[in-house]
Design a protein around this ligand. Structure first.
Ligand code: SF4
Length: 353
């Protein structure tokens, strides 16, 4: 209990004022937790506010069109979160009569809700006694108790869960969980933690043994993948262009994009013409690269390098197979949810000019 008393006392004096902390509405807590997965509070906060304003309850989100939800999410990355969010809202609305699951066990059944998120919602909204274990919790526990088992191994996950249960305060679950996460986020930070003013300093194993920078231990990530995207903006005389929705199981699923040729390395005009199916009736000379340097977009396990090519072509009047594409007015492209990479390109080359 001592650990929990110390950390909740610290929390009361130091916590940030965040809108999802003043509500017990499971919908809003769930929304905030999904937005904050892989996202800093500073970046996620405006998205939380936009979503709560546009969709104040689970029904409003459930009946929204998926494209609108993706559009609102644009820029936050990891779009599967937005798709799962929408899917789950529809599921709660139609299958559960709009009633949010109210136990850890039932919350876990929701798509996109893992153990951490289920524990957060169950404890914050319903006061269920279940400890959260996220990146902040791993860091605080590994340093305070000197646990050096890698956090991304089965053994590590088990060990940290056991420790989280041991230090947990079942009489005050919501505040305990908020406190340990906030302490990790603001105080026992990955780099330069405030050890000099830390209430755990005299008992902190990592601090006493000079291991603060070495903990927690994480096994090396897998090799990063390099991908080369060649987007072709096929534009006709009526200022219409072709776009398509990404339907395959891959990054950016369901977002819209220009016709894409993916390659093993960056391409010149001739190589692109050879690889592209959509433009086999034209001459490579008609392909004009717009950007000078490729756009680089960094994701968790892959780096995307993108080139954008302009092709002026009256595609509606030719035999080009455009079945899998839709033709939209260039000026209407803004209405479609696109990867942030394309949004950035458009802003730099067209919208600001
Ligand atoms: S002394 Fe430093 S490393 Fe230890 S718990 Fe406090 S902030 Fe974290």
């Amino acid at each position: 209990m001592e650990f929990s008393n110390i950390i909740t006392t610290w929390y009361r004096d130091n916590k940030r004022d965040l809108p999802w902390r003043t509500t017990k509405d499971p919908y809003k807590i769930w929304l905030s937790e999904i937005i904050l997965q892989q996202t800093q509070v500073k970046q996620g906060l405006p998205y939380y506010e936009k979503f709560v304003t546009a969709y104040p309850n689970v029904k409003a989100l459930a009946v929204a069109h998926e494209d609108e939800v993706l559009k609102l999410w644009q820029g936050l990355g990891y779009y599967s979160r937005a798709r799962n969010l929408h899917h789950t809202a529809k599921f709660i609305h139609t299958e559960l009569d709009g009633k949010f699951p109210d136990t850890f066990k039932d919350l876990l059944k929701l798509k996109g809700v893992g153990e951490y998120t289920a524990a957060a919602i169950a404890s914050f909204a319903y006061g269920e006694a279940v400890p959260v274990v996220d990146g902040n919790v791993y860091r605080v526990l590994s340093r305070r108790f000197g646990i050096d088992t890698p956090i991304n191994t089965t053994e590590g996950i088990k060990q940290f869960k056991q420790k989280a249960v041991k230090v947990f305060n079942a009489n005050n679950p919501a505040e305990h969980n908020q406190a340990i996460m906030e302490f990790g986020a603001l105080f026992c930070k990955p780099k330069s933690p405030d050890c000099m003013f830390c209430p755990f300093q005299s008992d902190c194993v990592a601090f006493q043994n000079g291991q603060v920078d070495a903990l927690p231990v994480k096994l090396k990530k897998m090799k990063r993948r390099k991908r080369f995207f060649n987007y072709i903006i096929v534009q006709n005389d009526s200022n219409e262009i072709l776009i398509q929705q990404r339907l395959e199981k891959d990054i950016w699923q369901k977002l819209f994009q220009f016709p894409l040729v993916e390659s093993q390395s960056s391409l010149d005009q001739i190589e692109l013409k050879d690889l592209s199916k959509i433009i086999d009736v034209i001459d490579e000379i008609d392909l004009q690269k717009i950007n000078v340097k490729p756009y680089k977009h960094v994701l968790s396990h892959q780096d995307i390098y993108a080139d954008f090519w302009m092709l002026k072509h009256n595609y509606l009047e030719t035999s080009i197979d455009i079945e899998s594409y839709i033709s939209v007015s260039f000026n209407n492209l803004e209405k479609y949810a696109v990867p942030i990479l394309i949004d950035k390109f458009m802003k730099e080359h067209f919208l600001d000019s």
